[in-house]
Design a protein around this ligand. Structure first.
Ligand code: ADP
Ligand code: MG
Ligand code: MG
Length: 895
């Protein structure tokens, strides 16, 4: 059987996007449901793949095109390019996902020196016919032959000047026919060939050009950035031309079934009379609104309204539509589910539920965590804001305002003086790290979402706009330009990392209403707000609550203090999945831990530890208070001890100076000696975590005692504390077993003293590959596993995040080693596999084990879907990401 490479519009459907591309599948779908679409056919993505593999069109394809064309000609009762009454077609690219870099559409294919005369006779409209012909040569020259578009545009301008008119459509027949000759000359001069007079050759060459455009650099780059597979190929759509440029009773337009910016109900769009194709969006003339169209052509307008309604109920979503009116007859040329802003997404999803078009489950799938995150960042108050001066990639979300600086040093010094700065660079590299840390935002003119600037900014949670290509950055002379507009060092700029917009003024930033809603509830957040905002808040609330009803994953927060814990509760956290204890040894308490480390004998050490006990107990007491009734998982001390001591280099300098002055201080020397002794060349892999617990007598016991006593105190005051102790960096079950026994002893001691029961679960973090692999042993001595996916990623890849992210991740992403940083989204095939192994092996020996994730991946949408699939019990993430995790866990459960 031969492959079917060509589908008539009347054969396909919207389900066939892989084969027909988005545009082709939707054209077929519209035809199927009786919407007026000009007839045509689609050449499949399979044909494209064959063509790209062979370098020529397969014979079978040529034959099928001939047949399809013949059928189209019979239906239209015209022959392609016929000299008496020509059929004209458009050749349009259309991949599964719409993407820049693909070839632009060629209209009016089939016109030549003879058929243009036929068109004149048939339409009795020579102005129109010559205009169509000059457009064909212009588009063909530019897109198929790669001739610089400006060459044609200049001649067009000249013709208008010569004739003394402003707009294209005012050009006379004579000017237009002269322009055709000029354009043909340009084609000959620039390509060395005549503009093809054979209509079929025009069509075939256009099709080939579409296929080849799949592999342009721009398309490839875009696919890599957006993680679109390279082997999908593009389809080509050949459709009968309809003409919006036949006079004042014709025109072309675009419309949306709801406002894609705000989600407001109603029809939105633009219409341009006597125009063709992209004229309406090109800004060549002022467009009319849909209301104006309604006044001009009431019948056509009401038909369009009907179609908009049909399409929306059929696609069950906001649709984006292209239409053309030819002498009072309406034609629909494209539709797709329209892109929208984050707030529009939430509002539209709930409107559709209320209109009984979709279910709550479907509504949940229509929004996502990334959009919710956008709504949770502070936003620019756009009420009096000017237009953006340019736009780049929205690389790391949020709104940032500051003074422009062009180098890392200035960024650092200005920031030290209390200035807020935005670092402007062509692109960044590891040398810019200091400046990136000092800046409140980063703006680059090159690179995309995976560039160095973007990767590092996201890692730091800093606002970034990347690849704003219109921006020329002159780093040496410290200024930038957008066209003729100049930005000097010290000028205010504002960048929006959620939309990619750049402004050359200071725009006020306002706190997010959605955060207000999350912390203070609907009533407070809605007060005094306009209707749209109130609808948005209600929509977010309903969707979040629905996600809560659906999700299987519990959501906890990573919180180290009672303040964090309180925020986490407000955002909906159902416990603390990771309470780190390091901070409890810092600040004023540093001296106490220093005394523990430097203790000369056990007695001194115990004394020093005893001084820490009440302080730690109070910390835990307060956290348990915030989390009453919900679990708190406390991780015992993890980092190497020398992190609590002064810096080695500083101590050395101090000691050397003291020696010179002959004023050696005994205590300083001892400190230096101890710090030197503890020096590690690879602290990440050194004496830390459980290892530290095992070799520093009394340290973990102190922490466990503080936890147990705090719990006892809470119980005594009638509360309901739920506590888990988590042992970090375990690689062997023996490490956990010994630590566990020691901890249980302390807990029992406290329980006896207080005469109450202290049901504390003891588990471990899984953050070493060996722990995952030996989970069948570790599982025997653990009550739970919590995957520390940050460290597990570091230890699985052998990466030190602080080093690799700034050093070479951008290069790795560019090379395609990975498509997203494994620190942003869990590496499913490596780290994820370890996770699966550990859960399976753990469960096989201990069916009561429960499983969670406490790395940053716990707040990452894609990773959450993976954790849901693996069947973990909960994720834990930073308090701010808790609502996002709730939403995504709900989405994972329904999709
Ligand atoms: P894009 O992928 O950029 O949306 P399109 O293929 O939709 O490009 O085409 C570009 C322009 O040409 C659009 O305005 C579209 O409506 C118009 N167009 C495409 N095919 C036809 C046709 N057969 N008749 C009239 N206009 C057409
Ligand atoms: Mg289009
Ligand atoms: Mg760790």
């Amino acid at each position: 059987m031969t492959t079917q490479f060509v589908y008539s519009f009347s054969e396909g459907s919207k389900e066939l996007k892989d084969l027909l591309g988005g545009k082709g599948a939707n054209l077929a779908e519209m035809m199927r449901i009786g919407i007026p679409v000009p007839p045509g056919f689609t050449i499949t993505t399979e044909a494209c793949k064959e063509f790209l593999a062979l370098g020529v069109a397969p014979l079978e394809l040529e034959i099928q095109i001939t047949k399809a064309l013949r059928e189209l000609e019979d239906e239209m009762q015209k022959r392609l390019g016929d000299k008496k009454d020509p059929l004209l077609v458009s050749v349009r690219s259309g991949a599964k996902f719409s993407m820049p870099g693909m070839m632009e559409t060629i209209l009016n294919v089939g016109l030549n020196d003879e058929s243009v005369q036929g068109l004149i006779k048939q339409t009795k409209n020579p102005r129109f016919a010559w205009d169509a012909y000059r457009r064909l040569i212009q588009m063909y020259g530019k897109t198929v032959l790669g001739i610089e578009g400006q060459k044609f545009a200049n001649e067009l301008d000249k013709a208008k000047k010569d004739q003394g008119v402003v707009d294209d459509h005012q050009l006379s027949v004579e000017s237009l026919s002269k322009l055709v000759e000029t354009f043909k000359n340009i084609v000959f001069q620039e390509s060395g060939k005549n503009f093809p007079q054979d209509p079929r050759e025009q069509m075939d060459q256009s099709m080939r050009a579409v296929f080849n455009s799949w592999n342009t650099d721009r398309a490839k780059l875009y696919r890599r950035r957006e993680r679109i597979a390279d082997d999908l190929g593009t389809a080509v759509n050949i459709g009968t031309m309809v003409f919006g440029n036949m006079g004042e009773d014709s025109g072309t337009g675009v419309c949306f079934t709801r406002d894609p910016a705000t989600g407001e109900l109603g029809a939105y769009g633009d219409y341009l009379q006597n125009a063709q194709g992209e004229d309406v969006v090109s800004g060549i003339r002022n467009t009319l609104s849909l209301e104006d169209l309604g006044r001009l052509h009431p019948d056509v307008f009401s038909e369009l309204r009907g179609i908009m309604y049909n399409l929306e109920t059929h696609y069950r979503d906001l649709c984006d539509i292209e239409f053309t009116i030819e002498r009072g007859k309406l034609w629909i040329l494209q539709t797709r589910v329209g892109k929208r802003t984050a707030s529009a997404a939430f509002r539209i999803a709930m409107q559709l539920v209320d209109e009984h078009i979709i279910t709550m489950d479907e509504a949940l799938v229509r929004v996502n965590g990334g959009q919710l995150a956008q709504l949770m960042f502070p936003q620019f108050d756009m009420r009096n804001a000017p237009k953006a001066i340019t736009k780049g990639m929205a690389a790391s979300p949020g709104a940032a305002v500051g003074k422009a600086v062009f180098d890392s040093e200035t960024a650092t010094t200005w920031a030290e003086n209390g200035e807020r700065v935005i670092l402007l660079r062509r692109e960044t590299n590891p040398d810019d790290l200091g400046g990136m840390i000092a800046a409140v935002g980063i703006l680059t003119s090159r690179g995309g979402k995976t560039s160095h600037a973007a990767v590092v900014a996201r890692g730091m949670g800093k606002v970034a706009v990347c690849g704003a290509e219109e921006l020329e950055v002159n780093e040496n002379e410290k200024f930038a330009k957008v066209g003729s507009l100049r930005i000097n060092e010290g000028d205010y700029i504002s960048i929006d990392g959620s939309t990619g917009e750049v402004f050359n003024v200071e725009i006020p930033v306002e706190p997010s209403t959605i955060v207000r809603y999350l912390t203070d509830g609907i009533a407070d957040a809605s007060e005094g707000k306009e209707d749209g905002t109130r609808e948005l808040i209600r929509s977010v609330d309903r969707l979040l609550r629905h996600a809560d009803r659906r999700r299987k994953l519990r959501v906890r927060a990573n919180a180290d203090t009672d303040l964090d814990a309180a925020v986490a509760r407000k955002f909906g956290a159902e416990g603390i999945g990771l309470c780190r204890t390091e901070h409890m040894f810092l600040g004023e308490r540093r001296v106490l831990i220093e005394r523990v480390i430097l203790a000369k004998n056990n007695e001194h050490r115990e004394e020093a530890l005893a001084a820490l006990l009440p302080l730690q107990r109070e910390d835990f007491f307060n956290i348990f208070k915030e989390m009453d009734g919900h679990t708190t998982t406390i991780r015992l001390l993890d980092p190497p001890l020398h992190e609590f001591l002064p810096n080695l280099a500083d101590l050395k300098v101090k000691s050397a100076l003291a020696r010179e002055r002959n004023q050696v201080i005994e205590a300083d020397e001892r400190l230096l000696y101890e710090v030197e002794k503890m020096y590690e060349s690879n602290p990440m892999l050194g004496l830390r975590g459980v290892r530290l617990g095992l070799v520093s007598p009394g340290l973990y016991e102190l922490q466990v005692r503080a936890i147990a006593e705090a719990m006892a105190d809470r119980i005594a005051s009638g509360a309901n504390p739920k506590v888990e102790i988590m042992i970090p960096l375990v690689g062997s079950h023996m490490e956990l077993k010994i630590t566990r026994l020691a901890a249980e002893e302390v807990i029992q001691e406290v329980a006896r003293e207080r005469k109450i029961e202290l049901p504390i679960e003891i588990g471990t973090m899984i953050e070493l590959p060996r722990a995952a692999l030996t989970a069948n042993r570790i599982g025997l001595v653990a009550d739970f596993f919590s995957f520390g996916t940050n460290d597990l990623t570091q230890t699985t890849w052998g990466f030190s995040r602080d080093d690799v992210e700034a050093e070479f991740f951008a290069k790795y992403l560019e090379l395609g080693v990975f498509t997203i940083s494994p620190f942003e989204t869990i590496d499913q095939s490596g780290v994820g596999e370890l996770l699966i192994i550990a859960t399976e092996r753990g469960k096989s020996v201990n069916p009561n084990l429960h499983f969670g994730v406490c790395g940053e991946h716990g707040g990452d949408p894609e990773s959450i879907h993976f954790f849901h699939k693996v069947g973990l019990d909960y994720v834990s993430c930073s308090p701010f990401r808790v609502p996002i995790a709730r939403l995504e866990a709900g989405r994972a459960a329904v999709s």
